[in-house]
Design a protein around this ligand. Sequence first.
Ligand SMILES: *[C@@H]1O[C@H](CO)[C@@H](O)[C@H](O)[C@H]1NC(C)=O
Ligand SMILES: *[C@@H]1O[C@H](CO)[C@@H](O)[C@H](O)[C@H]1NC(C)=O
Ligand SMILES: *[C@@H]1O[C@H](CO)[C@@H](O)[C@H](O)[C@H]1NC(C)=O
Ligand SMILES: *[C@@H]1O[C@H](CO)[C@@H](O)[C@H](O)[C@H]1NC(C)=O
Length: 300
Amino acid sequence: MQSASAVLALLVSAVLAVPDTTSFSSVPNTYPNFTACLSEPSVYSCENTTKIANTCCSPTPGGLVLQTQFWSTWTGLEKQGQKLPKGSWTIHGLWPDNCDGSFEQYCDFTRQYDPAPPAGVPAYTGPGVDTFIKEFGRLDLLEYMDNYWINQGAPNKNFWAHEFSKHATCTSTFDVACYGSSYKKNQDVINFFDAVIRAFHQYPTYDLLASAGIVPSNKTSYSLQQIENALKTQTSAVPYLGCINNGTALSEVWYFSHVYGTEQYGTYKTLDSTTPSTCSSTSPIWYHERTATSEHEVRK
Ligand SMILES: *[C@@H]1O[C@H](CO)[C@@H](O)[C@H](O)[C@H]1NC(C)=O
Ligand SMILES: *[C@@H]1O[C@H](CO)[C@@H](O)[C@H](O)[C@H]1NC(C)=O
Ligand SMILES: *[C@@H]1O[C@H](CO)[C@@H](O)[C@H](O)[C@H]1NC(C)=O
Ligand SMILES: *[C@@H]1O[C@H](CO)[C@@H](O)[C@H](O)[C@H]1NC(C)=O
């Protein structure tokens, strides 16, 4: 039998001696192959003056990119542990609107993973997209998504699948062809999820509002103008704001942008919304506190 100090010494040496490179390099990469983009002209999407020849290099035709978020006060699956992140809005998605604001959806039925799509789109019945993430060894990504990409009334993974199949299949920089001949099935799905999170990080709505003194409250309301001004001050553009309860309760934000480079790794230029707000410009707007049991601490 080993003494407690011997066990401790063993543990310490194990922690110190084993660098994590072996497990790290065993995670297969999900990168596209954008080598050919080197010879393409540099343009913002929707601002090109000539035809974009290689659509892997710039989202085309969906070059008006929307990073969308929710402010909701409940999930309906709290008992199963599906809760909202304290101090943060949640992810809705990353959408490729056409330059004129119209949009395509469900562009590739061979990459249809939505278990509950609209009529005309075949329902998916295979394993959830969470299993794709696990197959790529990306438990870090799965944990982040379970913290910040939250569904209402159904499991989170169904929502992630819906967002991929409805929107990413219409975003040219996630086309299967952009991954080259060594394409591994579902690497585009993982690559999209990473890209959504990267875009979400550019727009920390909770913090943008809080820094202007706008915090959730069931006692104090705000005006649409106050909320829009707070966001405009910090992103140089007015996003779309969505409200429920006849325009009186804040529930959504959509940040519009053109992208310089690829949607995955390029630079987003934030632009004014082309969609009018559904929040009242005259009534007080409530930015409700969440029910205490509907949220949890995830920032460690
Ligand atoms: C990436 O694509 C280029 C052609 O555009 C090709 O020459 C290269 O071998 C590809 N790289 C990989 C790692 O597949
Ligand atoms: C930009 O490129 C797209 C895709 O090739 C093309 O459809 C569009 O006409 C181009 N825009 C202009 C102004 O040339
Ligand atoms: C919704 O808001 C409009 C404009 O403020 C108001 O005229 C209407 O009565 C409201 N409807 C309901 C059902 O409260
Ligand atoms: C605040 O109000 C919302 C909407 O009525 C409600 O769902 C929530 O539980 C309230 N939160 C608190 C902490 O009272």
